[in-house]
Design a protein around this ligand. Structure first.
Ligand code: ATP
Length: 235
């Protein structure tokens, strides 16, 4: 059984048909990437999974259970973390406070402290900046904070929306290294990227999305070598 499965999902924004019968699966332990150009529907896919926008037709299954109509915070509680595009951290809150916000609804202080310690083990840089306001950190540090916040609820799957966006090449490298490291430690990851080259390099499998439809799916190395994919997305 797949950890996460979208079955023929249709999502609309008013009259705009953003996802047109989208089906994808993510298995336990995989890094799966969804690549495609601007406006293809990548962010909408993640938003539909976490209930921020609703599938009008089709199903989202998590551990075999239909979560299509669950409330967003119940989906998060069930084990799906969403790190949105543009790293929406709280700029006026400190690193610690941002991390605490990632554990909303958790009242056990010990669980929160453990989460923070875990985050610092992955991101030592954040520990050095624990009392610094989020908004004063670099783009790369803010992205690390956004990912660390996503990990606070001990999710079963981490969904990252364009984590490399707007970062200098060296930081992009670091972010993709983090993806690999988290996965090595067992985290399942659904990675949405316009940076197809690097995304396919760290993923096991990939899907290519175009105007709300999956037009190609395969092992990541096969997609990486595919001339059509190279021409459209790796140029
Ligand atoms: P990007 O990298 O630009 O975020 P994307 O692949 O993530 O691209 P989506 O943001 O999912 O694409 O957008 C898919 C389609 O839905 C686009 O045509 C977009 O214009 C439209 N869309 C997205 N959000 C909204 C919204 N809130 N209201 C209306 N249309 C929207």
């Amino acid at each position: 059984m797949a950890l996460l499965e979208l079955q023929e999902v249709h999502t609309y924004y008013g009259g705009i048909h953003a996802l047109k019968g989208l089906s994808i699966t993510v298995n336990q332990g995989e890094v799966v990437t969804l690549i495609g150009s601007n406006g293809a529907g990548k962010s909408t896919t993640l938003k539909t999974i976490c209930g921020q926008t609703r599938a009008k037709q089709g199903k989202v299954l998590f551990n075999g259970k239909d979560i299509t109509q669950l409330r967003t915070h119940d989906i998060a509680k069930a084990g799906i973390a969403h790190v949105p595009e543009g790293r929406r951290i709280f700029p006026k809150l400190t690193v610690r406070e941002n991390l605490e916000m990632g554990a909303f609804g958790v009242s056990d202080k010990k669980v929160i402290e453990e989460g923070i310690e875990r985050a610092f083990a992955y991101f030592p840089r954040l520990k050095e900046r624990i009392d610094q306001k989020g908004g004063t950190m670099s783009g790369g540090e803010q992205q690390m904070l956004a990912i660390a916040r996503g990990l606070m609820m001990k999710p079963q799957i981490l969904m990252l929306d364009e984590p490399s966006m707007g970062l200098a090449p060296i930081l992009v490298e670091q972010i993709f290294d983090i993806v690999t490291e988290l996965n090595k430690e067992g985290m399942t990851i659904l990675l949405v990227e316009q940076n197809a080259n690097q995304a396919l390099s760290v993923a096991h499998r990939g899907y290519v999305i175009q105007t709300g439809e999956i037009i190609m799916k395969d092992d990541a190395d096969i997609l990486l070598a595919n001339p059509q994919v190279r021409e459209a997305y790796l140029a």
